[in-house]
Write a protein that binds this ligand. Structure first.
Ligand code: FES
Length: 129
């Protein structure tokens, strides 16, 4: 059996927050009264301040629109090696949700740290939608 060799950036990929901004997530008609742009700016600012510990990117519709706003917390390379898997967090519509996501990402994300109990309740099974 040959050893697994990781090459380049993939070997050092940080935890990544994939912020859905499709037809429903981030849309004031779906979730009024939320500053969706500010949410995204807050996540991006925190990522910039994290010195590479986590990153943020946006995505078109990921599927479970009924749970908008959706953020997928992807494990870092090391987190994946330790068994972490992508976690789909739904109903990200308030500051507490963002606090939980950011705290988890700061701690390393899936495979490196546990999400808060509150955040765990917001997990969505993408296979069930
Ligand atoms: S727009 Fe986010 S899941 Fe569809």
């Amino acid at each position: 059996m040959s050893p697994v060799v990781s090459i380049g950036a993939a070997a050092r990929r940080p935890c990544t927050l994939v912020v859905c901004r499709g037809c429903c997530c981030g849309d004031a008609r779906k979730n009024p009264g939320i500053d969706h742009d500010w949410q995204l700016e807050r996540l991006r600012s925190a990522a910039a301040a994290s010195r590479g510990r986590f990153t943020v990117r946006t995505s078109d519709c990921l599927g479970p629109c009924g749970q908008a706003n959706l953020v997928v917390v992807q494990p870092s390379s090391e987190g994946r090696r330790r068994g972490g898997r992508a976690a789909w967090v739904g109903f990200v519509t308030d500051d507490e949700s963002l606090d939980g996501i950011l705290a988890w990402a700061e701690a390393g994300g899936p495979g490196m740290a546990q999400p808060s109990a509150t955040l765990a309740l917001q997990m969505v099974d993408p296979r069930a939608v």
